[in-house]
Write a protein of this length. Structure first.
Length: 367
């Protein structure tokens, strides 16, 4: 394997649609927002070191496999990781040298989203359902599936094909994490949604390891403890919950009882979050500065021509106290994971054919 220091590969290489919408905020307000975000993000991150190098041509897919968005990543202590991606089979184990040794879950997941491992070593794989209306996926999606590491299907939560917020159904699960008591925390509220789906109700859901509903918290909104497209979750050693409240352009911090503590905007627009045992916080930003296609795609509506203006896409690395240390530019990951060996794993949802890694999964090595 060859290591190469990756400079910024052109963001124009990613497909971006330019659409004109009526502007609902004043030019001055927009300028103020950009200036505020630049003070929070561009100034510190543009001068920060990037001590990571990208491993080229890693990993190697199985014969007949094709790349899809690598949205769920769970590393282990050997340098390998579990990957859930939007291809078949969706769940794969990759060794440290990039070889796939296990694969399963064929035909069970419409749109991979949300991936975690419980305290018994079982894998929880989310299915956020189709992007918008798709007759070919009728009666499928909007579920969480639980598997053993050998691929045995243990249970499914949610009602296939039903996008509703209730004790037995999900709007569209996006992430999961294991709480200090062993229960599973699930972020629920993916965008875009089918026209017959519930268009509000964004929330966090707690279930037992056996899949029994415990409670849900939150609602759709921009206030403390409210969410707009909660997209990613991580829990630190003190039990604090970090919620990537993506369409609100912030990381919300909750205590282990899911009470609001704080929110941070200087980590950008969070698509993926991971926290290490030593307190390192890694946040993936795949959308800052990217135009908003329209209300069917984003709950923010069409008042701004770009998501989170003034920020750069990339990977921000800091601490759970809110400090920023490093910035990895020139990549647009959604899936995000890191291990205790100094590796960062970034899952791409677009531009995979342009990545020096050779596909939708990038491995960054600390030098």
């Amino acid at each position: 394997m060859k290591l190469r220091f990756l400079k910024i590969f052109p963001l124009v290489s990613f497909l971006v649609f330019s659409i004109t919408f009526p502007v609902s905020i004043s030019a001055q307000t927009a300028e103020d927002e950009v200036r505020k975000n630049q003070e929070l993000s561009l100034r510190p991150t543009s001068t920060m070191d990037n001590p990571y190098e990208l491993v080229e041509n890693w990993p190697t897919l199985l014969p007949g496999q094709e790349w899809g968005a690598a949205i769920g990543l769970i590393p282990d202590d050997t340098g390998g990781l579990w990957m859930m991606f939007r291809s078949e089979p969706p769940i794969n184990y990759i060794t440290a040298d990039g070889q796939i040794t296990k694969s399963f879950g064929d035909g069970m997941i419409v749109q991979a989203h949300g991936f975690c491992m419980d305290n018994d070593g079982n894998l929880w794989a989310g299915d956020s359902g189709p992007f918008g209306d798709d007759p070919s996926t009728a009666g499928r999606g909007f579920q969480i599936h639980k598997f053993s590491q050998e691929g045995e299907h243990l249970l499914s939560l949610g009602e296939a094909g039903v996008s509703r917020a209730s004790e037995t159904t999900f709007i569209g699960p996006t992430a999961c994490a294991v709480m200090p008591d062993g229960n599973i925390l699930i972020a629920d509220g993916h965008w875009p949604r089918p026209s017959n789906a519930q268009q509000d109700g964004d929330r966090l859901v707690v279930v037992t390891p056996d899949g029994e509903f415990v409670r849900s918290v939150g609602s759709m909104g921009a206030g403390p403890g409210e969410f707009m497209g909660p997209h990613t979750l991580a829990i630190d050693a003190d039990g604090r919950v970090f919620v990537g409240d993506r369409s609100n352009n912030r990381v919300q911090i909750l205590d282990q009882d899911l009470n609001f503590l704080d929110d941070w905007r200087h980590f950008g627009r969070p698509s993926g979050i991971t926290v290490l045992e030593d307190g390192t916080l890694v946040v993936a930003d795949s959308e800052s500065g990217v135009p908003i296609p329209g209300p069917a795609i984003s709950p923010e509506g069409v008042g701004r021509m770009a998501r989170n203006p003034g920020f750069q896409v990339g990977i921000r690395i800091g601490r759970v106290n809110g400090s920023l240390q490093f910035f990895v530019p020139g990549t647009r990951p959604e899936g995000m994971a890191a291990d205790n060996l100094g590796n960062i794993f970034a899952g791409l949802t677009s531009g995979c054919d342009l990545s020096p890694s050779g596909g939708c999964l990038q491995k960054w090595v600390l030098q």
